[in-house]
Design a protein around this ligand. Structure first.
Ligand code: ZN
Length: 116
């Protein structure tokens, strides 16, 4: 089990990430970031740090869900779920995640032909 520190806008989360998640989170600047990963399951998060409280908590943050926004962010790419990891004490946002879905799984983003 690996404990990785993943940065968010309002603190960080210590989580057990899969190799795939860790790769997504690594933006090449020597830190891991929450936003590109997608959702991390609660049981995979061990601790979090809240900047507002200036405290590290020995439990996972809360997850606030906004389900099915169904926002089209690009051709063939739909935002299907958006959520925030929030501090259980002060409710500040620790970080955010987004889950995307391709509308046409066979097509590449931005290269799909108009369906006429
Ligand atoms: Zn807090």
């Amino acid at each position: 089990m690996t404990e990785l520190k993943v940065q968010g806008s309002g603190g960080y989360i210590i989580a057990d990430l899969t190799d795939e998640q860790a790769k997504k989170a690594d933006l090449g600047v020597g830190k891991l970031f929450l936003a590109p990963i997608g959702k991390i399951e609660t049981e995979k998060m061990f601790k979090y740090f809240c900047k507002e409280c200036d405290t590290e908590f020995n439990n996972p943050p809360k997850i606030q869900l906004e389900e099915n926004p169904n926002e089209e962010v690009a051709d063939n790419l739909i935002l299907v779920e958006r959520g925030q990891y929030t501090c259980e004490k002060c409710s500040a946002t620790i970080g955010e995640y987004r889950v995307f879905k391709k509308t046409d799984e066979s097509g590449e983003i931005g290269k799909a032909n108009p369906s006429e």
